[in-house]
Write a new protein. Structure first.
Length: 148
């Protein structure tokens, strides 16, 4: 398994263990992890702390040149908000653990020149499928959907 994805999965499990949604992310520059994060919307009562946003926040201030050399790893296809942050900072590559349980705006990212690599990782899929089955209301809240 990819070391960086494995670290993102560790973050996802950390979030789940803390009562949150099991999505993790790492930011890699020059082959080194410079930041990591996990979804903390529930734990911190936040509207925006998806895993990718937490990861970018934890990185602190970086230069445009740093972002332009970065790869963002995430266990799940990034949503519109997280994709927008990657576009804003010019992150050229996003590696996605899986996109079967949730598909973000991947076509739009590609149209804007972002290289996407989808790994179809079974552990990422199992984490999300289990969470969604057991916590449908929390999941729908996280993606901004109303349960009907």
């Amino acid at each position: 398994m990819d070391l960086f994805l494995a670290t993102a999965i560790e973050e996802a499990k950390k979030g789940l263990a803390a009562g949150g949604i099991p999505i993790g992310s790492v930011l890699v520059i020059g082959g080194e992890i410079v930041s990591r994060g996990h979804n903390q919307r529930i734990q911190k009562g936040s509207a925006i702390l998806h895993a990718e946003m937490d990861c970018l926040n934890n990185a602190g201030r970086l230069t445009a040149a740093d972002y332009q050399r970065a790869t963002l790893y995430t266990t799940l296809s990034p949503c519109d908000m997280c994709s927008g942050a990657a576009l804003l900072y010019g992150i050229p590559k996003i590696v996605v653990g899986e996109h079967d349980t949730f598909l973000g705006p991947e076509s739009y990212l590609k149209s804007r020149g972002v290289q996407l690599e989808i790994l179809h990782d079974t552990e990422c899929q199992q984490l999300m499928q289990s969470f969604i089955k057991n916590n449908p209301a929390l999941w729908n809240e996280d993606i901004g959907k109303e349960i009907v």
